[in-house]
Ligand binder design. Structure first.
Ligand SMILES: NC(=O)c1ccc[n+]([C@@H]2O[C@H](COP(=O)([O-])OP(=O)(O)OC[C@H]3O[C@@H](n4cnc5c(N)ncnc54)[C@H](OP(=O)(O)O)[C@@H]3O)[C@@H](O)[C@H]2O)c1
Length: 240
């Protein structure tokens, strides 16, 4: 199986890549980071590409993939931020800033959509069943928002869901063999959730390996109908 993993520096992505390599898949891994010596030892089944996620750089990666003749069975987009050194999720309206909203929206919603746009010619040409997964989050569910807060992150995941739903409708017309998955991994022990793990019960904090295995099983389940699903690690549908 040929896989494209975007945002491959994510802890969940790294677990997905390792498990997929172990089952014999070929992976193209896209990240801001250049490859390390250890990763190169996986041999020709792992190809690393660097990308700064500007529109031109995404287009250049997709053109290179198309010229190289890749025909992906799975595309998994892992990019997402909740915080960084000068950005933390808003507890109240007073914390909202345009800069924070724009940064989080760009990385969490706009970048994934640019990938889905740039990959369309390649996926149409390959005429192969393919699952495009974007890592979403339950907090992006409008119906499930009972506690508020985290304006930028919530809104970015809701926007991601809407953009993927809209793209799925277009792909269903032009490339029927492509289906979409919006995946909520549950609270996973990664740098993204680190500052917010204090109140999470140990049994509710998953390892990236556990979550990657659940995701791979769901991606492999071709029985699940419809052009897009918003689903969690237990295969339960999340309300939009
Ligand atoms: N951990 C959780 O509890 C949890 C819960 C719900 C949903 N999720 C979602 O799961 C996904 C993976 O997260 P993770 O937990 O594995 O977190 P992580 O290890 O912190 O990964 C961060 C991801 O965001 C990308 N990223 C960071 N800064 C970026 C920037 N400036 N521009 C573009 N991309 C940038 C990274 O891409 P590079 O590879 O290029 O570095 C990487 O893919 C995210 O979409 C997250 O929202 C996680």
């Amino acid at each position: 199986m040929q896989q494209l993993v975007i945002g491959a520096g994510s802890a969940i992505a790294q677990a997905l890549i390792q498990q997929s390599l172990q089952q014999g898949d070929s992976i193209v891994a896209v990240s801001r980071q250049a490859s390390s010596a250890e990763e190169s030892s996986a041999g020709s089944r792992l190809r690393r590409l660097q990308c700064d996620y500007t529109e031109s750089s995404i287009d250049a990666v997709c053109a290179e993939l198309r010229e190289s003749g890749f025909a992906f069975d799975r595309v998994t987009i892992c990019n997402g931020i909740l915080h960084h050194e000068s950005l933390s999720p808003e507890k109240r309206l007073e914390n909202v800033s345009l800069d924070r909203l724009e940064t989080v929206m760009r990385i969490n919603a706009f970048v994934p959509l640019l990938w889905v746009k740039a990959l369309k010619p390649l996926l149409k040409a390959s005429r192969k069943p393919c699952v495009i997964t974007a890592l979403s989050a339950r907090v992006g569910s409008i119906a499930d928002n009972h506690s508020g807060g985290w304006y930028a992150y919530r809104a970015s995941k809701a926007a991601l869901n809407m953009m993927m739903k809209t793209a799925a409708l277009e792909y269903a017309r032009e490339a029927k063999y492509v289906r979409f998955l919006l995946f909520h991994p549950g609270t996973t022990d990664t740098p993204l959730s680190k500052p917010f793990q204090r109140n999470v019960k140990p049994e509710n904090l998953f390892s990236p390996d556990f979550v990657a295995a659940k995701l791979m099983a769901i991606q492999g389940n071709t029985e699940t109908g419809g052009s897009i699903q918003f689903i969690d690690w237990q295969s339960t549908h999340v309300p939009w």
